[in-house]
Design a protein around this ligand. Structure first.
Ligand code: ADP
Ligand code: MG
Ligand code: MG
Length: 251
């Protein structure tokens, strides 16, 4: 599904190399987690995959189902099935959440050459999905993210993900200051959307999130590389001993 090979990335503005050869493969149906000390390049990796400006890929490749992600515009990446959880965190005054969701869904359908969803059909689908995710119908009518609590924003993010039906979801939860309830929401959302054809990459430095999500594979990132890969026990090792032992071991 997602295949990253020897990815090297530097900042455009400064001569600073941030990713120094990231190798990572997330197969369909699997949940992979990335943990790692602050500043190791986790967020940079998700930004580069999303196509954010300001980064220059100096070597390596990243593909989604064999298609070159790095060659695509951000919208094309979304149409190809990539979803980044921080993709739409903005507050949009005057635009109803439902309208926004329908526009996003139909833009994606159009880009894929599929027929647009009618208003009636969309309403049916969004209500059903909102109900599954225990999202209040009222939240669908309010302007996008305006005055939403942290938990509501998280729910909304999961709803966007559910509506766009991506193939590969990347969640960067590192810096979002999730409280325990919001963390559980994210975990429940991910678990509800887990499926055979969909991969997840969950970036976090809270082992606790992984108590609820139960990843298939855990990667440790340090200094711009994946330095260790293991099962869920690796997250527990980090929780108990921090990163020092692992970093010393791989040094
Ligand atoms: P993580 O998410 O693992 O904490 P980041 O990807 O946010 O790490 O950052 C990796 C390194 O790159 C850090 O040393 C950070 O200071 C640096 N960095 C990232 N983006 C920028 C930027 N726009 N300007 C300067 N330094 C940056
Ligand atoms: Mg950070
Ligand atoms: Mg980060």
């Amino acid at each position: 599904m997602l295949n990253i090979k020897n990815l090297h990335v530097k900042l455009e503005e400064e001569d600073k190399q941030i990713l120094k050869g990231v190798d990572l493969e997330v197969p369909a149906g699997k949940v992979h987690a990335i943990m790692g000390p602050n500043g190791s390049g986790k967020s940079t990796l998700s930004y580069v995959l999303s196509g954010k400006d300001g980064y220059e890929v100096t070597d390596g490749a990243a593909t989604l189902e064999g298609n070159d992600l790095l060659d695509m515009e951000p919208e094309e990446r979304a149409s190809a099935g990539l979803f980044l959880a921080f993709q739409y965190p903005v507050e949009i005054p005057g635009v109803g959440n439902m309208t926004f969701l329908r526009t996003a869904v139909n833009a994606q359908r159009k880009a894929r050459g599929e027929e647009e969803m009618s208003a009636a059909e969309f309403l049916k689908v969004v209500r059903a999905k909102a109900k599954d995710l225990k999202i209040d119908a009222d939240m669908l009518k309010r302007p996008v993210n305006m005055g939403f609590s942290g938990g509501e924003k998280k729910r909304n993010e999961i709803l966007q993900m559910a509506m766009l039906e991506p193939k590969m979801c990347i969640l960067d939860e590192t810096d979002s200051g999730l409280d325990v309830d919001a963390m559980k929401l994210v975990a429940e959302g991910v678990n509800a959307l887990r499926s055979e054809g969909r991969g997840f990459l969950v970036i976090t430095h809270y082992q606790r999130l992984l108590d609820h999500i139960k990843p298939d594979v855990v990667h440790i990132m340090a200094n711009g590389r994946i330095v260790k890969t293991g099962g869920p026990e690796l997250a527990l090792e980090v929780e108990n001993n921090g990163y020092a032992d692992i970093l010393a071991e791989v040094a």
